[in-house]
Design a protein around this ligand. Sequence first.
Ligand code: HEM
Length: 398
Amino acid sequence: MINKLHPLAPVTGKVRRLASRLRQKLIRPEPRRPLTAETLDLFAPDFVTNPFPHYEELRRSGSVHFLPRHDCWLVLGYDDVLSALSQPQSFSSRVEEWMAVDSVLLGADPPEHTAVRRVVGHHFSAHALETQSAFAEEAAERLLRPLADGKTCDVLREFTAPLSEDVAAHLIGFDEAALAAIRATQDTAKDLGQWLAALDSIIAGAAERMPIYGQLLRDGEGRLGHAQVRSLIRFLWIAGTTTTRRAIASSVLMLLRHPSMRPVIESDPALLSAFIEESLRLHPPEHSILRVATAEVELSGVKIPAGALVKLCVGAANRDPARFAEPAALLLHRTPNRHLSFGGGIHRCVGAALARVEMAAALRVLLRLAPRFSAVQPLETLRFTGFVNDTEQLLIER
Ligand code: HEM
């Protein structure tokens, strides 16, 4: 009414109508071109921050897709991903990216893989797990003390990354000097190649002070030379730190999004485990496992040619509606919960049990020291659904 009498009323009205049209556009954006395998860009920001709607859109036209932009195949269906993981003779791990990191275990096929896997498995006994669990709890307590005392905490940088590094260093037997040198390379290495080389030389320098080094050499019974042992130790470090820090950070984010879960999981260790499994299922720290087809092979009736790079997408398989009821929902009573975040078949994660005890220790301590912790920024402003890389930031306070 006042506007009508005001000399600027007609202009204000136009501005209003324009603003309203703009608002409608923002709320109801122009219909996007339908997503196809031809147009999918795995590096596009909207895909990286929230790939799940893209998986579902693509799933409508099948489980197996060729992505021309990436010259690789993407497999989305649970049964297909598991089937490929269970056929190492058709889906080889001798993928360039895997072998660059470690060609002794991760990037190896049977029979070489079989013997090395047995040797490495000795270091993940039930007794070792118990020791690691107690160690993880102490480390989490130390790292979260400032939060309990009223300081803000950068979840990834001040809590989950140093925690997973401390636990991996403890498992491997890096002393303080080696650990400090390794941490320094993370800031100074310019690329992956330089970082891997720096890690290799730190491990060589610390070899005599690390019992695991001699044990792997001895247990390898001549199959493992010094270079292979260094590669294994380096990979244990990478596998033990890069994934776990993101897995714990994603579960902290889930507790922020579902605060009603806190008292439930705090009072019942079985429900804490169920929460951890759901967190891993919904937000695997690695969305894809790489393989290369050794010969022409068929998945869900689609022929994949020999030599093709195949991305087995556990991020999509874990939300396959044919396997999981209400796939996007967090359900503590989901049993069995056979998600594929730790892979499957002969390469299934050797550190899965360790990752689980570490996650449980981290969440127990967090809920004990800061039961009402909250995010410093509004959750709606977070760009990401879960922690899929190390650049994302989540600040919490007591
Ligand atoms: C939440 C945390 C973790 C996740 C999601 C995870 C995930 C995975 C996945 C998907 C694979 C299979 C790779 C493939 O099939 O090519 C794998 C393998 C492996 N992981 Fe983990 N991992 C985690 C933590 C750990 C930890 C804590 C360690 C040990 C310190 C570890 C050590 C390994 C090793 C040595 C392999 C290679 C096994 C083989 O090739 O036979 N992982 N992990």
